[in-house]
Ligand binder design. Sequence first.
Ligand code: GRF
Length: 221
Amino acid sequence: MSTPRARLAILASGGGSNLQAILDHLRSLGNAAPAEVAVVISDRAAAGALDRARAAGILAVHLPASESHTLAALLEAQDITHIALAGYLRLIPAEVIAAFAGRIVNVHPALLPAFGGPGMYGRHVHEAVLRAGVRVSGPAVHFVDTRYDEGAIIAQWPVPVHAEDNPETLAARVLAAEHHLYPRIVAALCAGTITLDADGTVRGAEELTSGRAIPGAPPVT
Ligand code: GRF
């Protein structure tokens, strides 16, 4: 008997390009897709992610921050098995973290544990990277806990920082890598290939820790 498909909830506050990349990747897998996106939830009514969900015929829910205590019930009502944060700017309630331990992930646009934490989102991340003068940045995918950007790291993909970069050019280069990396991590998590031990050890992500391991990925240079 085949394993039932995971029912994925995507939480997003912004445009939703990572949501779109996940939808496109799962569609490309056809019958072999290990998950379906069952609901997209946003704290912002105007989030482009909600428009993308509606366009794809997926339940789109605006859940204002003041209603976040209802998130657990919403996830349960939709039989959600896994959660992917995709540009979601709120902390996840502790009861949801506990219920989805090892089944909730996030993508961050810098190489955690550097350049993460409260206030480190969007343009602020890339400004900090450029200010620090580091030569490599890139997305990090990690399990989510009750703090910003601190859960166990699953995968990182190095992307070069060029001398002539500004926050926009760097963000675009990192985002392109996110779109390749994140859907594959989410799919592997939903397939049960990637797991989190009770002691925080991540297993099954070795093949996805570098862009070079991903067929069709753009070169790192
Ligand atoms: C991405 O850069 C992601 O790393 C961060 O928020 C951004 C979301 O972009 N967490 P989008 O809404 O998926 O286009």
